[in-house]
Design a protein around this ligand. Structure first.
Ligand code: SAM
Ligand code: SF4
Length: 341
């Protein structure tokens, strides 16, 4: 676990959305829906039951919360899920968020299944970038990992994203032992051919899927070693500002780059500037801790907006430091798809 900083120097005068450790929180990841059009083996069971619609934020409620969060200092939003592109009115929601005063950066994490149709309208509505999940280049394995996905559809989505100017493209690769750990070199090779960032992610344990994750995790060190053995040394790219969980590296002569997200082997708590809003309107303070604040519940109780903002500030101030995985504390409330990765 990352070491806890000394709090004795903490500033008693708090600007908006800071936490007790002095981290400025300006990045909100919003899960637009818990529904998905795939069922990746490490993410959710095949027979997952989704939340009834009335439990989820309506468009109006979502945009009200986004405006409040922007007032409190959020300037960067990532839309995720479940699969964000299956949310009805996605293009209109993106347009409204892109025009929210204070929001300067709007991105999405998607499986790209629907991007061939949606990339262009999303870009026109104000979406700036996409991270696309792609764990394998083998169509048979892709079907095994996603349970029914079609790899060609994803490639069409990647092409559409590039054509629409949703750049730079980042590909998220969750490395899962026995499924795609033998393919990390081929995935890394994509950075020699394209100006993309390929990000290798350590598998994290959540609720009912925790045992699978624990037995299938591959550390970033192991992944790096495989890549370097075949493709040569990874050179750190200068200028990394420490706010992205994946420090960038480059293979000699590559137009693209590689990143490694080591949430399990090397938690990123010191640089964490993010909060999460679940599709049912809970502010989740840490991906790997179950503590949440029920923003939607307060909104539906008609709490005065200024009081609700103070309550959000107070909740965020207590954002935890460090996950409890080393002590056997696995998040139990939700799967990754219900939090928004
Ligand atoms: N459906 C979209 C997608 O797959 O890109 C967005 C939601 S998905 C939950 C966000 C990211 O979380 C994806 O890159 C996915 O591969 C990753 N992910 C899902 N379950 C994970 C787990 N247990 N550990 C690490 N990453 C996970
Ligand atoms: Fe769906 Fe994304 Fe989870 Fe795969 S990782 S099941 S695409 S939410």
């Amino acid at each position: 676990m990352a070491s806890t900083p000394d709090l004795s120097t903490r500033n008693e005068v708090r600007p908006p959305l800071h936490d007790i450790y002095g981290r400025r929180l300006h990045y909100l990841r919003i899960s637009l829906t818990d529904v998905c059009n795939l069922r990746c083996v490490y993410c959710m069971p095949e027979d997952t039951r989704f939340r009834p619609r009335h439990e989820l934020m309506s468009d109006e409620e979502l945009l009200t919360i986004v405006r409040m969060m922007a007032d409190l200092g959020i300037d960067k939003i990532r839309l995720t899920g479940g699969e964000p592109t299956v949310r009805p009115n996605i293009v209109e929601l993106v347009r409204a968020m892109a025009h929210t005063p204070g929001i300067r950066d709007l991105a999405m994490t998607t499986n790209a299944i629907l991007l061939a149709q949606l990339a262009e309208p999303l870009a026109r509505a104000g979406l700036q970038r996409v991270n696309i999940s792609l764990d394998t280049l083998d169509p048979v394995k892709f079907k095994q990992i996603t349970r029914w996905g079609d790899l060609d559809t994803v490639w069409a989505g990647v092409e559409a994203a590039e054509a629409a100017g949703l750049r730079p493209i980042k590909l998220n690769v969750v490395v899962t032992r026995g499924f795609n750990d033998d393919e990390v070199v081929e995935m890394a090779r994509l950075s020699l051919l394209h100006p993309w960032q390929i990000r290798f992610i350590e598998l994290m344990p959540f609720a009912s899927e925790a045992d699978f994750a624990r037995s299938s995790v591959v550390t970033s060190d192991e992944t790096k070693q495989h890549i370097q053995e075949v493709l040569g040394p990874l050179q750190p790219i200068p200028g990394y500002d420490g706010r992205d969980p994946a420090a960038p590296f480059r293979l000699a002569g590559a137009p693209g780059s590689l990143g490694f997200i080591s949430t399990i082997s090397e938690p990123f708590c010191a640089g964490c500037n993010r909060l999460r809003l679940t599709a049912d309107g809970k502010l989740r303070l840490c991906l790997l801790r179950d503590g949440e604040f029920d923003v939607l519940g307060r909104l539906r109780e008609d709490v005065d907006p200024e009081i609700l903002k103070q309550q959000i500030l107070e909740a965020a101030f207590h954002k935890p430091w460090g996950n409890g995985l080393a002590d056997g504390e696995v998040p139990q409330l939700r799967l990754m798809s219900q939090i928004g990765g």
